[in-house]
Write a protein that binds this ligand. Sequence first.
Ligand code: NAD
Length: 417
Amino acid sequence: MNKSRSPHTSVSHFLHTSFEHLDLDNYLCRLIESPHQEMSCELPFRHDDDSIEVFRAYRVQHDHSRGPFKGGIRYHPDVDLEHFRALAKIMTLKTALADIPFGGAKGGINCDPKKLSAAEQERLTKDFTRRMSRVLGPAYDIPAPDMGTGENEMAWIYSAFSEGRDDSPQIVTGKPVNLHGSPGRIEATGRGVGIITEWAAKEFGMNLPRSTVVIQGFGNVGSHVAEYLDDAGCTIIAIGIKDGAIYREDGISISKLLELKRERKRNFDFDDLSSFGDQISLEDLMKVEADIFIPAAISGAIHSDNVQDLSAKMVVEAANIPITSTAATELEDRNVHVVPDILANAGGVIVSYFEWVQNHSHYQWSQERVRKELEERLSKAWKAVCSLVHKDKISFRLAAYTLAVERVKNATLSRGF
Ligand code: NAD
């Protein structure tokens, strides 16, 4: 990957900007930046047809000064150790900003889950869990869903991890509600992005119900953002997924699209999406004129070669690290409002925390309680970031990073060296 587009380069740049803003001691900077532990291994795998493929599996544990490592499991053909390093750092900052008692981690497998049968997905997930089980634990490192994984994989992780030891539902979050999962977890990331988008529109003087929106990615996160913003009265005029994008000037029928997506489950693809608007290319998705752009797919989606195409007044980062540091600087120079990932998509890890708490207390909360407490936590983080933005006259990203780094620093210092 082009180095300037690497998520790791971007996260390092954002982190160093916050270190400078805080005037942090160099040793502390290194302590906060360096991963605690990294695992990577080959995972030889037998397919249904008996052919053998060797996958690469990873778990990067970045920081646990504030509590157990926490972070998603990604299945994607393009992942590597450096990418997980960047994503694990983002998790440390996100849990700190949301003020939940976790650190940061990330891991997964370099595979394309769409090319695996359901039985293969289950075997691969269980192989991965058994191989990683020595570095996971309900009070040590707690995985969750991310790109390419969902509640099925989390149920398999719980099942494989509990083999030969006490039943441990709190080893993983994002499980199905009928298997120790939390009501409101599946929708939490997208719902949180929707709530933050509402607050941001108010802050930036935009009229949300009259706003047009483009969404890149229509998986778990993108589809729930679409649902929330559609309910809030926005007109969603373009949506892109891995294999293409659609545009409809008078607005895509989100309720019908969601109905189809729920019916098709994992088989939802571009053939399904394409009947809801005119087909456009993924490059043209970036050029669609709209008030709000929501990247909800890959890292590095907005970079120095396409940032000039973006006409939105506001970008809300539903995906992790969707804007490279070079593109972020250009957007700032153009006064485009950007709500950073560690604030915008924190809803998922916040409700993961609620699930973990429910598992420990053996008591399931109602969806109403989950939604109410999610909004309260998000509101605290949002207000803290806004107040630092206004006090120090800095960007939302720098304010969010600064608050998060300061909390990690304080926990590190309290523990002593
Ligand atoms: P997902 O696998 O459910 O969906 C990913 C979507 O992105 C799919 O619609 C896919 O077709 C699309 N996509 C992939 N490559 C694309 C491309 N080049 N252009 C356009 N679309 C593309 O994943 P998800 O769980 O919705 O995660 C999406 C993003 O949100 C990721 O960056 C993830 O790290 C972040 N995130 C997820 C959660 C969570 O709880 N799932 C929490 C926080 C952050």
